[in-house]
Design a protein around this ligand. Structure first.
Ligand code: NAI
Ligand code: MG
Length: 357
């Protein structure tokens, strides 16, 4: 019997449905090529769910996600809902779904495609071979610690607290080691252990967990140094693991190595193999409905899903190689085209990638 996986699809708003439609073509092609079965179910989420159901995250959509092996998300949001009260905003649905599904890490690959090296602000020879993943802790740290204002001796003070417990650190560090094992077996753990107590706990935990992964080469990098090394020697990194705020900043820096937001995929993972996969970009209201959005970030999110949630490395490679070959042949959507007059649309790009698979 063919292997079957269930994928919950929440396309969302703006260009979400446009880019997700191309990713679904890739799912169907994968079934054909690998003899697997991908059962898909779709649900309302974000602004469209607010309009039709009065909430950004309807209960049946959440149930559908919980039944699935993985979730594919397009994007949510748009000016139409920007002035809504908090509980009627699409972003509230995003936070809600991550929490309800127990997703505690965010994973962002930054891969530099040879043919797009010129699109980056860095020198092509520095970028050569860059293929890294940033694993960011999502549930702890200074973003979630106690925060308040108070007067001390008549002077206004503001306080943010950074808190981590050892279990929060250990689960994400293990996940990063596991991911490194499926790649080039190199892990860079990023902290500020020379000044922060939470970073000292982080580093102790990394050292302890590393004993279970003798096959993975480990380096500890201080966060300020990591910010420099990402610009100096990006190709030397494989997997980078770090806490919430450092990861927020470093993942954006790593993303910019690649040049375009329309190319960046991401995953949010919890315990086990379940994950939520989505492009890094938003709903792009400025180009929605025109059929010109770049579907590659969403298509690469499917490749990431196959690798991280299903362990289907070959199928993931087939998708990534198809994207490479279509780009090498010179096909571009408008966001990555030098000559915009030669740019192709969303659906044409999806079809070319499917054909290249
Ligand atoms: P955005 O990522 O939607 O767009 C930024 C710029 O990049 C725009 O000029 C857009 O046209 C372009 N762009 C984005 N994706 C593209 C693609 N696939 N192909 C070609 N061009 C692309 O970010 P922005 O404008 O700040 O936010 C728009 C809406 O999306 C807001 O409502 C925001 O809250 C929401 N948003 C949702 C996210 C999510 O669903 N995870 C993430 C980020 C923003
Ligand atoms: Mg950010």
């Amino acid at each position: 019997m063919a292997e079957t996986k269930r994928i919950a699809i929440i396309a969302g708003d703006g260009i979400g449905p446009e880019v997700v439609a191309e990713a679904v073509k890739v799912l169907r092609k994968t079934e054909e090529l690998f003899g697997v079965k991908l059962e898909t179910e779709s649900g309302l989420f974000g602004g469209i769910a607010i309009d039709e159901r009065g909430t950004p995250l309807p209960e049946d959509t959440l149930e559908m996600c919980k039944r699935a092996d993985a979730v594919l998300l397009g994007a949510v949001g748009g000016p139409k809902w920007d002035n809504n009260p908090k509980e009627l905003r699409p972003e509230t649905g995003l936070l809600g779904i991550r929490k309800a599904l127990g997703l505690f890490s965010n994973i962002r690959p930054a891969v530099v495609f040879d043919c797009l090296k010129e699109a980056s602000t860095l020198k092509p020879e520095v970028l050569e071979g860059t293929d890294l993943i940033v694993v960011r802790e999502l549930t702890g740290g200074i973003y979630f610690g106690d925060k308040y204002r108070e007067q001390r001796n008549g002077v206004e003070h503001a306080v943010d607290t950074c808190v981590y417990n050892v279990n929060e650190v250990e689960r994400i560090v293990r996940q990063a080691f596991e991911i490194a094992r499926t790649r080039r077996k190199k892990l860079a753990s990023v902290d500020k252990a020379n000044v922060l107590e939470t970073s000292r706990l982080w580093r102790e935990t990394v050292v302890r967990v590393a004993a279970d992964y003798p096959d993975v080469e480990l380096e500890h990098v201080l966060v300020d140094n990591c910010a420099m090394q990402l610009l100096r020697r990006p190709a030397s990194f494989d997997v980078i693991v770090t806490e919430n705020m450092f990861g927020d900043i470093l993942s954006d820096e790593a993303a910019m190595l690649t040049g375009s937001i329309g190319m960046l995929s991401s995953a949010s993972l919890g315990e086990g193999s379940f994950g939520l996969y989505e492009p890094v970009h938003g709903s792009a209201p400025d180009i929605a409905g025109q059929g010109i959005a770049n579907p590659i970030a969403t298509i690469l999110s499917v490749a990431l899903m196959f690798k991280l949630s299903f362990g289907w490395h070959e199928a993931g490679d087939v998708i990534e190689n198809a994207v490479k070959s279509v780009l090498d042949a010179g096909h571009r959507t408008a966001d990555i085209a030098v000559d915009k007059s030669k740019a192709i649309g969303t659906s044409a790009m999806g079809d070319l990638i499917v054909a290249a698979m």
